[in-house]
Design a protein around this ligand. Structure first.
Ligand SMILES: [Fe+2]
Length: 234
């Protein structure tokens, strides 16, 4: 399997390219508009056919490249069932299996950061979890806007993500300190947000964060609900 972790230094977003070697079929998770030309170049260099873009949720801090990639490559743009982006090619839901050649990406509904937050699991001997903004490395995604819900996030974390095999690699949607990958075992042991004794404690911890809104929020949310901006590629 071809796997690339790509980074947007403006929004600290990780974008993931997954592709099946024999069929050359690829998908991209959480693309960033400003990086679209890099993605197109990389797909070409690796001889890949982009089948779909997936967004883990409606982002508030960057604009998706879903529309641009769909226009340029003819791929599908897929979002979660709860997303307001009705312009998407299709919507996924919990337990769906998204094919990448011979491989399958399992869809996990993990609401809490937003009500349309999903994670994706690539099963196999070395499972990879793409945890969006639900589970970050030594952190979790904020729950104070876009129908976020700390209690719901606690259940997504405890009942779904932390029940995955301990050696599952965790690839988050962002990292602000340069960490690129973790494991479920590491996060169970060292993630301070997961050290709370109860759901109520988690709700209180999240309510006490008082984070400023993302700078791009008022632009990014409506743009992402419209599948990203349309601008001609050079
Ligand atoms: Fe987010």
């Amino acid at each position: 399997m071809i796997f690339r972790q790509l980074f947007d230094e403006t929004s600290y977003t990780y974008t993931y390219l997954l592709a099946d070697e024999p069929s050359k079929e690829a998908i991209i998770i959480d693309s960033v508009e400003g990086k679209v030309e890099d993605y197109i170049r990389l797909l070409k260099e690796l001889g890949l056919t982009l089948k779909a873009t997936l967004d883990t949720h409606t982002h508030a801090d960057h604009i998706t490249a879903a529309s641009l990639l769909r226009d340029h490559t003819g791929c599908l743009s897929l979002v979660g069932k709860q997303s307001k982006a009705d312009c998407a090619s299709g919507k996924f839901q919990h337990d769906d299996l998204i094919p990448i050649g011979e491989h399958r990406l399992k869809v996990l509904y993990t609401p809490g950061h937003t009500d349309d937050s999903y994670s994706f699991l690539l099963e196999g001997p070395e499972p990879k979890l793409f945890s969006g903004d639900t589970l970050l490395i030594r952190g979790t995604g904020r729950t104070d806007f876009q129908n976020g819900d700390a209690a719901q996030q606690y259940r997504s974390l405890m009942d779904i993500l932390l029940t995955l095999p301990a050696h599952t690699l965790v690839y988050p949607g962002h990292d602000y300190k340069g960490s690129s990958v973790s494991t479920i075992a590491e996060e169970r042991e060292y993630n301070p947000r997961l050290k709370v004794a109860s759901e109520q404690d988690y709700v209180e911890l999240m309510a006490a964060l008082h984070l400023p809104n993302p700078a791009l929020m008022d632009i990014a949310v409506p743009a992402n609900q419209a599948c990203g901006k349309h601008k001609p590629l050079t």
